[in-house]
Design a binder for this molecule. Structure first.
Ligand code: EPZ
Length: 419
């Protein structure tokens, strides 16, 4: 077990550059299986989820090299259609291997993916999409045996907007015979980046950035070089940390167009910031006003920033409401915040309220999921005293070099490894 020990309070100062987008890189690693030969991905974040997914691909026959955020995947000889069950269990993005192995080999045997516990996270939309494209699914417990003789294009309307279901079905449809239409497709920045990656490989996807994707199947895709966009959620996390610490920081890689709803909420809460080409400069704010957050699909307020944003709500002068509409298990971090002195009421699995401002005090807390862990780091930076956050490896899943980046901004943070 690893934990972070943080001494607060600290005022963050300086400039930080966000890494490449985790949620763009993960589907691209999986989809690299669609083409024989060497795919080269640049600006890949060096995080646990990437390293675990690369390990799974190596088990399938991929030859990989990952250095200085450049990931090379030689998928000439993909022998196996059975991704390592243990690794699949702790990585939600491993679900993306269904679409790529189905399109590459016509078969895949995989267990239900794991990942952050932020709700039940069913995979029915993925499976329905593959069946509509002609696949046969044999489920035994949590093991899925999926085969297809010939992928045939079809019209698919997702039951609800799903990011990885959109990406999973898409990477299969691009090699299906004929036309496929995916309605209620997700349009997050990382989904758009993924569509652009597939098109660079030779796919024919139209309607990118809309909820209605039209795909014309092609026979073959070629391996490409591709540079990944900056991580929208990491950029937002650091902006929040700067505001919460009342410091002066610049977040490099903050693409204004990716953050419309988030920026609206920063304005509403009274944060002091300005934007200049792909950077946000944070300055100390006078008083933070209470703000209600309702998470939505993009371009609404992102569910992945709901937890980090709550730290600002604990320091706002009044009562703020949270309505987490996407997941039913994403408010548990508030129990950890209340151990630090936050005044929170969890009304139901989707709604909570926070009364501020309350001072936060260092104590022992747990990272229940990736973004909850990042939230506790921000809370510990502004808290009075020392905090120990266990589950550091959960935070490492999505934040590259979090200790180095925060230390360079003046935080007092160390990693402790328990024997
Ligand atoms: C992706 O998860 C992200 N992960 C999540 O980021 C993010 O929170 C989520 O999208 C929403 O933006 C990756 O991209 C690897 P969904 P995903 O399918 O695709 C329900 C992070 O912190 N649903 O869009 O798994 C689901 O339960 C992670 O970086 C079904 O019911 O999310 C949820 O309520 C956490 N059936 C809603 O749809 C399905 O088959 C949206 O989930 C699929 C999803």
């Amino acid at each position: 077990m690893e934990s972070f020990v943080i001494k607060g309070p600290a005022k963050l100062e300086g400039e930080v550059k966000v890494s490449g987008s985790k949620n763009a890189a993960l589907p691209m690693v999986a989809a690299s299986l669609l083409a024989e030969g060497k795919t080269v991905l640049k600006n890949v974040p060096d995080i646990r989820d990437i390293r675990n997914l690369v390990k799974i691909l190596e088990g399938l026959g991929s030859k990989t090299n990952f250095k200085d955020n450049v990931l090379t995947l030689d998928n000439t000889n993909i022998k196996s259609c059975r991704p390592d069950f243990k690794l699949v269990c702790n990585l939600r993005a491993s679900i993306m291997l269904i679409g790529s192995l189905l399109a590459r080999l016509g078969k895949v045997e995989i267990s239900k993916p794991g990942g952050c516990f932020i709700g039940s996270r069913p995979i029915d939309i993925h499976l329905k999409g593959f069946e509509t494209l002609g696949a046969k699914i044999d489920q035994r417990g949590e093991i899925y045996n999926i085969t297809v003789d010939k992928l045939k294009g079809a019209k698919i309307t997702l039951r609800i907007v799903s990011v990885t279901a959109t990406e999973n079905i898409l990477q299969t449809a691009v090699l299906a015979e004929g036309e496929t239409e995916i309605r209620l497709a997700a349009i997050e920045p990382h989904v758009v980046d993924f569509c652009n990656f597939l098109n660079k490989m030779g796919a024919k996807i139209e309607g990118i950035g809309t909820h209605n994707l039209k795909v014309t199947g092609v026979k073959k895709l070629k391996p490409v070089e591709y540079t990944i966009i900056p991580d929208q959620i990491e950029a937002g996390t650091f902006a929040i940390a700067g505001i919460a610490s009342k410091g002066e920081i610049v977040v490099n890689g903050f693409i204004e167009d990716h953050h419309e709803s988030f920026l609206n909420k920063l304005e509403e809460i009274g944060a002091n910031f300005n934007l200049e080409n792909d950077r946000i400069a944070i300055k100390p704010s006078r008083v933070l006003k209470p703000v209600n957050i309702q998470t939505e699909i993009y371009p609404g307020f992102p569910t992945d920033l709901q937890a980090p944003f709550s730290i600002l709500q604990t320091q706002a002068e009044g009562t703020s409401e949270i309505f987490e509409t996407i997941f039913e298990g994403r408010l548990n971090y508030l129990h950890e915040l209340s151990k630090m002195g936050a005044s929170v009421v969890i009304k139901n699995p989707h709604q909570a309220s926070i009364v501020g401002p309350t001072p936060l005090y260092g104590t022992h807390i747990s990272s229940l999921d990736l973004r909850a862990g990042a939230t506790l780091i921000i809370a510990s930076i502004i808290a009075l005293g020392t905090s120990e956050i266990n589950g550091a490896e959960i935070i490492d899943r999505g934040y590259e070099n979090i200790v180095g980046k925060l230390t360079s901004l003046g935080a007092d943070i160390e990693r402790e490894v328990e024997e």
